[in-house]
Design a protein around this ligand. Structure first.
Ligand code: KG4
Ligand code: ZN
Length: 322
């Protein structure tokens, strides 16, 4: 079923043509460069950009898939969560398209879309259905959550962040040291440059045995701020802070994932979201899942960030099995 997936929840305008999990085209335009000077997404700028780009991105997605507008059989759009002004652009566009083409419309949850993103170009719809039940993990700029999926339509959130999302912490650490936005890739690169032995032992919050599955990153971010303000602020110090922050952040994530695996007894884990770009996190997850006998699904890097393909594929899944 030829499905168009439309993603406008934040600063990316993503439109994709998919047939099940098979991606025929995947176009993404981003206003990320316009937010750089603010160190974070400015909602008004993001929504203005969505209005400018939704139509050209849609037309490009059709063209690159070599399809005509009348070929579309299903429309899937992100309806939540996200910035209201940005979401509205995709939703209005998708509803108008559905009315004009007389084609069914599915409104999907962006966070669930990240969870199924590892299956893109790898599984058929039926094969994806066989992967449930599973643990779904979303680690992005807006979310750090673990879900227990019985089926695609029967989901329970079993862990969430009590304050900042992990990606947000990467962004703030980068901002504190004046290194640019988005911070994740910059901090990862800088951490990799560090070849000293001195981990700064930043706090690992919520890690005590009685603390459950929820995450917290704001104490870690504040510890970085206090350390940085008193430091020599030279380049080696920057690398050391990035290295130590990343270690602490990944220790927290690894510990919580390990607990979630033990608590639920689930034998499959599927992860998505911008922070899953991080190579250190990917290899830690691989090692953890290997040790625990869990089948791990990680997305290709192009599908870690927000995109229409994951939205299209999730819409097709939900439409088939609702
Ligand atoms: O999923 P995404 O594109 O948007 C949201 O839905 O939030 O994630 C963006 C987030 C940003 O906070 C960015 O800094 C982070 O993902 N990120 C990374 C890396 N690449 C992107 N964090 C850590 N390491 C990376 N390599
Ligand atoms: Zn996202």
């Amino acid at each position: 079923m030829l499905t168009v997936g439309i993603e406008t929840s934040c600063d990316e305008t993503g439109v994709s043509l998919v047939d099940g999990f098979n991606v025929l085209s995947n176009e993404v335009s981003s206003s990320v460069h316009l937010h750089a000077e603010y160190g974070g997404v400015v909602p008004e700028i993001a929504s203005r950009f969505q209005v400018e780009y939704i139509l050209p991105v849609f037309e490009k997605a059709l063209k690159n898939a070599d399809k005509k507008i009348r070929d579309i059989e299903l429309i899937s759009v992100t309806s939540k969560p996200g910035l209201p002004g940005s979401l509205l652009v995709g939703l209005a566009f998708a509803r108008a398209l559905s009315l004009a083409l007389k084609v069914p419309l599915v409104e999907v949850d962006h966070v669930k879309a990240h969870v199924i993103s590892p299956f893109l170009n790898k599984l058929s719809l039926n094969e994806a259905k066989e992967k449930f039940p599973l643990l779904g993990v979303v680690i992005s700029g807006g979310h750090t959550s673990i879900f227990h999926f019985n089926t695609i339509n029967d989901v329970k959130e079993i862990a969430r962040t009590l304050d900042d999302a992990a990606g947000e912490a990467f962004d703030k650490v980068s901002k504190i040291m004046g290194m640019g936005y988005p911070g994740g890739p910059i901090v990862e690169k800088k951490a990799g440059d560090y070849n000293g032995m001195g981990d700064l032992s930043f706090p690992r919050s919520m890690i005590g045995a009685n603390k459950g599955l929820d995450f917290s990153f704001s104490g870690l971010k504040t510890a970085v701020l206090y350390y940085w303000n008193k430091s020599s602020k030279d380049d080696t110090e920057k690398s050391r802070v990035c290295f130590s922050f990343q270690n602490a952040c990944l220790d927290i994530i690894e510990e919580k994932l390990s607990r979630a695996i033990v608590n639920t007894g689930l034998k499959r884990l599927s992860a998505g979201g911008g922070v899953i770009n991080n190579n250190y996190l990917r290899s830690r997850m691989e090692k953890l899942c290997l040790a625990k006998g869990v089948e791990l699904h990680l997305p290709d890097k192009i599908y870690c960030n927000d995109n229409g393909a994951m939205v299209g594929a999730l819409g097709a899944m939900e439409y088939m099995w609702r």
